[in-house]
Design a protein around this ligand. Structure first.
Ligand code: BG6
Length: 462
């Protein structure tokens, strides 16, 4: 075999509650920011498809778990929806949610698939958002109570927990680039949101350890390696370091080392936007670092030194310190507009090995969203997504190389198991090993990549 992975490697995929479960009348779920935003501005969502119309995992989870078996999963990540379990964000627990998650996790376990459970995937309960969401310190307390509730309810069966998925996304999308509700552009707010997320993560880790459960707890970060335009040009290199501090190390350093990057702290001090914090907060972050790191990798960041003047009258933004470099000849996923750079996954794993104590980690998301995949439907009724097979294989080669060179990478999860609802992109780009037919009662059909993945998982390589 060309590429053989270590024994007990985790093969599977990732999804999230808000992107898959859907809502049915009487399920007791409360509103989160996406439910609310869609109810107010449906035109902001591709084809006006909202989160209520996700892939109906709430009803179809048993069938879905069988499909996971048929596509070689030994592990699978989803998230608990805070607004399903605790509809107002604080207070009463929804008993139907408790029953659903118990059944779902049991179904996975009984079929030999380990559930990896994330607590937060961009889905702030609206009751808390109305009071400021992550901007408000009360949300940190509410999150910790929610986390404790999850550990108490499901901690005996779930042994891999994650405090956040991509905590930089609420910062960027909600408070810098106006891509998600509340569509702000305010660096001081973004910094406060990020700090509260990092603090909430550390407090949840503390609570988990105090709960006496025997599993592991970590965080899932989307790491976008920042490559300078010219690695021999010190100004490009410096700009890339700053971009890295803003978008990667802002969460990676506190999660793994318990500290924030000096370059970032210096900038925040200069701008007088150091987040508000209480006396003990930094010690809490210092003392409660993760057991396990999930790495989501889709694309690199290409950076060059700032070429245009910064408007001193405009509000500060990270891009005041670097420019995005549009590298000629880069390989693109045209549907998503993201560069495909397979070696990036190797560079991240090498960085974690060399600079982050080689802590246990895994690839928690990697994948390729493609529009109009029905073009590739064969007469056999299956989508022939050879491009996805190629994408995964090419990345896996680099994961394997990194492992050969000592990286402590324990698994590979694809984004995603079955086509799902993707925030404002809704069902535009399909990512799954399994297609979901929106016209036909959300019928699931395994794609060619799903059968391929099953073989890879069985052979533990290819
Ligand atoms: C990751 C998220 O950023 O990428 C997922 O964890 C998301 O929630 C996925 O769906 C793909 O991105 P997008 O924007 O194409 O849905």
């Amino acid at each position: 075999m060309e590429v053989q992975f270590p024994e007990n490697f985790w093969w599977g995929s990732a999804a999230s509650g808000p992107q898959t479960e859907g809502r049915i009348a009487g399920d007791g779920k409360g509103e989160n920011i996406f439910d609310y935003w869609y109810s107010k501005e449906p035109e902001k969502f591709f084809d006006q498809v909202g989160p209520d119309q996700a892939s109906e995992v709430y009803q179809k989870y048993k069938e879905d778990v069988q499909l996971m078996v048929q596509t070689g999963h030994n592990s699978f990540r989803t998230s608990i929806q805070w607004s399903r379990l605790i509809p107002d964000g604080v207070g009463a627990i929804n008993p139907q949610a408790v029953a659903f998650y118990n059944h779902y996790f049991d179904e996975l376990i009984n079929n030999g698939i380990e559930p990896f459970v994330n607590l937060y995937h961009f889905d702030m309960p609206m009751g808390l958002q109305a009071k400021g969401g992550w901007l408000n310190r009360e949300t940190v307390d509410a999150y910790v109570e929610y986390a404790k509730t999850c550990f108490a309810l499901f901690g005996d069966k779930v042994k891999k927990w994650f405090t956040h998925n991509e905590p930089i996304v609420p910062v960027e999308a909600g408070y810098l680039y106006q891509l998600h509700y509340p569509e702000e552009s305010n660096l001081a707010h973004a910094v406060q949101v990020g700090f509260h997320e990092a603090l909430a993560s550390a407090l949840a880790i503390k609570a988990y350890r105090e709960s006496g459960h025997s599993g592991e707890i970590g965080i899932i970060l989307n790491l976008t390696p920042s490559y300078p335009r010219d690695s021999n040009n010190p100004e490009d290199v410096c700009a890339a370091k700053i971009a890295d501090a803003f978008f990667n190390r802002s969460f990676l350093d506190p999660a793994v080392k318990g500290t924030f990057p000096e370059e970032l702290v210096k900038i925040l001090k200069e701008l007088s936007i150091v987040p508000k914090m209480q006396e003990n907060d930094l010690a809490v972050i210092q003392n409660n670092t993760i057991d396990l790191l999930g790495i989501n990798y889709y694309q690199p960041r290409r950076i060059k030194a700032k070429e245009s003047a910064v408007d001193q009258n405009a509000a500060p933004m990270p891009e005041d310190y670097f420019d995005i470099y549009d590298m000629p000849g880069k390989k693109m996923n045209p549907y998503r507009g993201w560069e495909i750079y397979e070696k990036g996954i190797y560079d991240i794993l090498s960085n974690v090995r060399d600079n982050y104590g080689n802590l246990p980690c895994f690839i928690s998301e990697n994948g390729m969203g493609v529009e109009n995949e029905s073009r590739f439907l064969g007469e056999d009724g299956m989508i022939h997504d050879d491009y996805r097979i190629e994408f995964v294989r090419d990345h896996l080669r680099y994961v394997h190389q990194a492992i050969q060179e000592g990286a402590n990478c324990l698994g590979y999860h694809m984004w995603t198991c079955m086509d799902n609802w993707s925030w404002t992109n809704a069902y535009k780009n399909r990512y799954g090993f399994i297609s979901v037919d929106l016209e036909n009662n959300r019928k699931r059909t395994i794609k060619k990549s799903g059968y391929w993945f099953k073989q890879v998982s069985e052979k533990n390589g290819f």
